[in-house]
Ligand binder design. Structure first.
Ligand code: NAG
Length: 246
């Protein structure tokens, strides 16, 4: 089992590059949709996109075990809220990969008698819940940081100065809102890993929202958000200090 987990964590980099390519194709296809003279290119991009998506499914075969291991670890976190959010997120992620593996097995003909549509919706649902729990974690950590900053003397002075320097802003907008935004920006600035993770999860959210029909967006939005989140994923893999912990 350890070997499986080790291998799949190494293949994360490859998955992210494939994912970035997949969504870059989706974005390019959207941008070229009205250029009839580019039909050939669009056809090539579509085929590349499909290959990337299929290739990623094969590499993800060990990820269910990986997510279960992660859930076991996050269950032991001392912060109850963090522990709950991350454990539920990881369990949903494990279920998502399981559905994904079943869909892969069907696509290569290993199993036949399953309802593809239903498994696909279930996969999106699990992915969606995992993302929502991840975002809840981000919001919780941001709020905790903001409270900390509000109590911090130096930060309070900076805030008072900022508010008095731009009185027209403070008058036009509700002062509390201005203070809230100031604290929010200060918190995100002080923890880039948290800011990146939040942005990544928000970008990712559009994909299952669209698939589940909760919020329909067009191909351009999906391509752009997917590409952004994949690029953030690559950056955090290359620079572990930018990776949110735990
Ligand atoms: C949720 O966060 C964990 C830990 O940061 C991460 O491993 C996982 O990929 C995230 N889930 C999704 C669906 O992005």
């Amino acid at each position: 089992m350890d070997a499986v987990i080790k291998f799949t964590s190494q293949s994360q980099g490859r998955d992210r590059i494939f994912r970035a390519t997949q969504y870059a194709c989706a974005l390019a296809i959207y941008l070229l949709r009205n250029h009839s003279e580019r039909k050939d290119l669009v056809a090539k991009l579509k085929s590349l996109e499909a290959h990337m998506s299929a290739g990623r499914k094969l590499f993800r075969l060990g990820n269910t075990a990986n997510s279960i291991e992660a859930a076991k670890r996050t269950m032991q976190l001392s912060d109850r809220v963090l522990s709950l959010c991350l454990t539920v997120a990881n369990i949903n992620r494990a279920l998502y990969f399981f559905c994904d593996n079943v869909l892969w097995a069907r696509s290569v003909g290993l199993i036949r008698n399953i309802d593809k549509e239903r498994w696909s919706v279930n996969a999106s649902r699990c992915y969606f819940f995992s993302l929502v729990m991840n975002l809840t974690r981000d919001v919780y950590v941001v709020l905790r940081l903001m409270l900390q900053k509000a109590r911090d003397k130096r930060c309070r002075q900076k805030m008072d100065q900022h508010l008095s320097e731009s009185p027209e802003v403070a008058e036009a907008v509700i002062p509390q809102l201005d203070a809230f935004i100031f604290l929010l920006l200060e918190s995100l600035k002080s923890d880039p890993a948290l800011a990146l993770d939040t942005l990544k999860n928000i970008c990712d959210l559009f994909i299952p929202l669209d698939k589940l029909g909760i919020y329909q967006s067009h191909g351009g939005v999906i391509g752009f958000c997917g590409l952004m989140s994949s690029l953030i994923g690559i950056v955090t893999l290359a620079r572990p200090t930018l990776r949110i912990k735990p």
